[in-house]
Design a protein around this ligand. Structure first.
Ligand code: TXA
Ligand code: MG
Length: 380
């Protein structure tokens, strides 16, 4: 398959480019396009054969359900059985935007879209290109992130091309995405509603509309032994269950290198990363550091000392003072380090608040549970 790449004006999407993408969808093809969170890989949601092409292109297991994108709140009932009052209230506050709602599905939504579940994930994206596509096509579009399975989500067209060249019909290049991490997923089919994935909309913002909404518990976040059992010992069984939240699959957001997430008081985190980086480099490993820019600045002497042998490489992503920028840059930095063929990645994150929760969640999954708690938090 030849993959075409078309550049599209982010703020004033060219009608001819939009029309080409819509034609591919109408013919049952797959198109990668920018959303405000990450790039999506879309196909017409009610065409099971077209949807199957998404799974093939990504190498995605069929037990991992897709999010359906629609143009407006009125279109949600194209795939959901109903629009309950809570969905309407959340949609009015956060759509278009980085929020996905899990709702009971309509019978005509193919089982492949929902991994056989009786529920469907729906969102109304805010990105001008995504909106133009959905409005021009009039179709509900199923679209997971446009990466190969287990690779970090793509935040620019080059990431999509690196993963999916020759595997999809068309990639629309609309520049880098805004938010940089995926949508927040809220399950409205349980009472009280549950955040199944932290993302572009914070728990605090959701609470303003749904006061009793539940955030992820330590179990949801994979921080307990029971989750370890699920991800390691029961891997085979879990692989055949529908994935109601990302991360139950062993390799989600997994970089090629072995990643460890350092948590705790900032100074202690920086000291521990420095000590471990020096030791690993001395052992002959190629070490990547993935941290907010303040941490990397403090680690500059370690990088300089090992630089002669090219053993320690640093990639900053955003700042501890600006977690929105950190989210925006996270996946590109992660891919960048992977491209440098490092053996290990030592990572730190901004505070676990607001969009920092989504950053922490993604790094935790990339670390596959390898978290080193240091300093004050460890003693607490
Ligand atoms: O920001 C985003 O959400 C991006 C852009 C492209 O919209 N999409 C995205 O899709 O992140 P994906 O496939 O990478 O993540 C979809 C996840 C699934 O892994 C699953 O955990 C959850 O959404 N999901 C989808 N449908 C669900 C359902 N019916 N019940 C529970 N979880 C569901
Ligand atoms: Mg994904």
């Amino acid at each position: 398959m030849i993959t075409r790449v078309l550049t599209v004006d982010r703020d004033a999407p060219d009608a001819s480019v939009i029309a080409e993408a819509v034609a591919v969808w109408r013919a049952g093809g797959v198109v990668a396009f920018p959303t405000e969170t990450v790039y999506g890989l879309g196909a017409y949601a009610l065409d099971a054969v077209a949807v199957a092409r998404i799974f093939t292109a990504k190498g995605r297991p069929s037990n991992d359900p897709l999010i359906v994108h629609v143009a407006s709140m009125a279109e949600v009932t194209r795939v959901a059985a109903a629009l309950p009052p809570l969905a309407r209230a959340l949609g009015e506050r956060f759509w278009p935007g980085p929020l996905t709602l899990i709702l009971p599905k309509r019978p005509d939504v193919p089982a492949l879209v929902t991994a056989g579940l009786q529920t469907v994930g729906v969102r109304v994206p805010a990105h001008p290109v995504a909106r133009a596509l959905l409005e021009a096509s009039g179709l509900p579009i199923a679209a997971p992130s446009a990466n190969r399975f287990s690779r970090p989500s793509p935040t620019c067209a080059a990431h999509v091309l690196a993963d999916l060249d020759g595997r999809v019909d068309l990639i629309l290049d609309g520049g880098t995405t805004d938010v940089g991490v995926e949508s927040t997923i809220v399950d409205l089919t349980v009472d009280p509603p549950l955040v199944r994935r932290p993302g572009g909309i914070s728990l605090g913002a959701l609470r303003a509309v749904v006061p009793d909404i539940r955030g992820q518990t330590p179990v949801d976040r994979g921080q307990t032994p029971s989750m370890e059992l699920r991800t390691v010992d029961n891997a085979a069984a879990v692989e055949h269950m529908p994935q109601v939240a990302p991360g139950q699959l062993i390799r989600h957001y997994a970089p090629r290198a072995v990643l460890t997430l350092y948590e705790g008081q900032t100074d202690a985190v920086v000291t521990a990363i420095g000590t471990d980086a020096r030791r690993l480099a001395a052992e002959g490993q190629r070490v990547g550091l993935l941290t907010p820019e303040e941490d990397l600045l403090a680690l500059a002497p370690v990088i300089a000392a090992a630089a002669a042998r090219g053993r320690v490489l640093g990639r900053a992503y955003g700042s501890r003072r600006d977690s929105a920028r950190a989210a925006h840059e996270l996946f590109a930095s992660l891919r960048g380090l992977d491209g440098e063929q490092v053996d290990v990645i030592l990572a730190s994150a901004p505070a676990d608040a607001e969009i920092g929760q989504a950053i922490r969640d993604r790094l935790f999954r990339a670390a596959e549970g390898r978290v080193r708690r240091v300093g004050a938090k460890e003693e607490a």
